[in-house]
Design a protein around this ligand. Structure first.
Ligand code: NAD
Ligand code: IPM
Ligand code: MN
Length: 383
């Protein structure tokens, strides 16, 4: 077993890892009732969510927990039928009446402007001020590595992606649309407060885990205003953590280094858009988007959990989507609720499935989505 902060051991074929993340400063007891809001969404979202819910039920049974899933219909289908995206009062309901939010995936070719996803997914990120997008890039099995000679001990780092500002704020507009004189503006917004708090979260995480390095990535050689703010804030926050090595890479160089030598990274912190891009690259280092989990966090508040992947429309309804990213996302949710043993059991079950070859086609296996989910639920519930 390797912890993030521990010494790196020689690679093993399949590695199972200790705790992922608990940033909830008010630990809840196992006896407490947890209501979890579940939004399956679009495409493969409902299919992989169904498997994660089987695992949730197994966790509830095995540990005698009261974990209830309350499903919400917000999706492209629902939007096209009713015109509703995130209804009025939903944010307050989620914040006040739920311990966590679980999302499958959004995206449907019938809604090309992603109106429903912008309202629901970004609406929850922004509306609940979930400023940390935490993505743990971890290779669970050597056989999934796309890089020759890079095993499980090599790919194990976390990305702290700023989640409430940057290019995602929707500030801008189009002038003289559909004419030869058309002008489109799309602004990035970086606030000192927003940048400082994600930097601080990254350093605090490294410090708590006994990690030695935080790397900040930006494009401050070109973005001379917004990313200059990141540079100055990084220097200030880094000075509060003299025991942690603070390094900087331009994001293009980061992309290259992630492929060349991923073992050099422990904690990466970056802005919203760059974090989105480098974590898909990270997912490839883990064996694909079917393996990558994420958490949208505001310590101490109701947080939201979703796989890194999208709705993969061409795979929808075929029973071939890999549910492991969705199930590992559930592990992050359990970790956030301080249900560490259960979170670990879920992660261990994924390792078992990889060891025994119970995998979907993306990982070279012959199992269906629900066969993998059944196996993960069975193992989680019994061992
Ligand atoms: P995608 O992540 O949906 O899929 C890209 C490719 O990755 C797929 O074609 C497939 O080959 C593979 N893949 C993804 N998830 C997989 C899984 N669970 N099992 C096996 N293979 C998997 O990205 P895309 O095709 O660029 O986007 C499709 C839609 O999803 C778009 O509308 C996009 O905006 C949206 N999207 C949503 C989210 C989200 O809801 N969090 C994230 C990314 C993209
Ligand atoms: C992700 C997705 C989203 C993002 C989209 C669907 C808005 O790609 O969660 O990585 O860009 O944040
Ligand atoms: Mn993405």
């Amino acid at each position: 077993r390797i912890t993030l902060g521990g010494p790196r051991r020689a690679s093993r074929a399949v590695r199972c890892c200790a705790s992922i993340l608990a940033v909830n400063p008010t630990p809840q007891t196992a006896n407490e009732e947890h209501r979890i809001a579940v939004i399956p969404g679009d495409g493969i979202g409902p299919e992989v969510t169904a498997e994660a819910m089987k695992v949730l039920a197994a966790v509830s049974r095995r540990w005698g927990l009261s974990l209830s899933a309350v499903e919400f219909p917000w999706s492209a289908d629902h939007y096209l039928e009713t015109g509703e995206t995130l209804p009025e009062g939903a944010l307050e309901d989620l914040r006040e009446n739920f311990s966590a939010i679980y999302i499958g995936a959004f995206g449907d070719p019938r809604v090309p402007d992603m109106k429903h996803a912008a309202d629901v997914l970004l609406g929850i990120r922004f509306g609940l001020d979930l400023y940390i997008n935490f993505r743990h890039i971890k290779l669970y099995s050597e056989s999934l590595s796309p890089l020759t000679g890079k095993g499980v001990a090599v790919v194990d780092f976390v990305v702290f992606r700023e989640n409430t500002e940057g290019a995602y704020v929707g500030v801008g507009g189009i002038f003289k649309k559909d004419t030869v004189d058309e002008v489109a503006l799309q602004e990035e917004v970086h606030t000192r407060k927003g940048v400082e708090r994600i930097l601080r979260a990254a350093f605090a995480y490294a410090s708590e885990r006994g990690l030695g390095k935080v790397c900040m990535a930006d494009k401050s050689n070109v973005m001379r205003f917004g990313h200059d703010l990141w540079q100055r804030a990084f220097a200030d926050v880094a000075s509060e953590y003299p025991h942690i090595e603070a390094s900087h890479l331009f994001v293009d160089a980061l992309a290259m280094q992630l492929v060349r030598k991923p073992e050099q990274f422990e904690v990466i912190v970056t802005n919203n858009m760059f974090g989105d891009i480098v974590t898909d690259l990270g997912a490839a280092l883990q064996g694909g988007l079917g393996m990558a989990a994420s958490a949208n966090l505001h310590p101490g508040r109701t947080s939201m959990f979703e796989p890194v992947h999208g709705s993969a429309p061409k795979y929808a309804g075929q029973g071939t989507a890999n549910p492991m990213a969705a199930v590992l996302t559930l592990a992050l949710l359990l970790e956030n609720l301080e249900l560490r043993e259960a979170a670990q059991a879920v992660e261990d079950a994924v390792c078992r499935a990889l060891q025994e070859g119970v995998t979907t086609a993306d990982l070279g296996g012959g199992s269906t989505t629900s066969e993998v989910g059944d196996f993960l639920a069975e193992v989680t519930g019994t061992t």
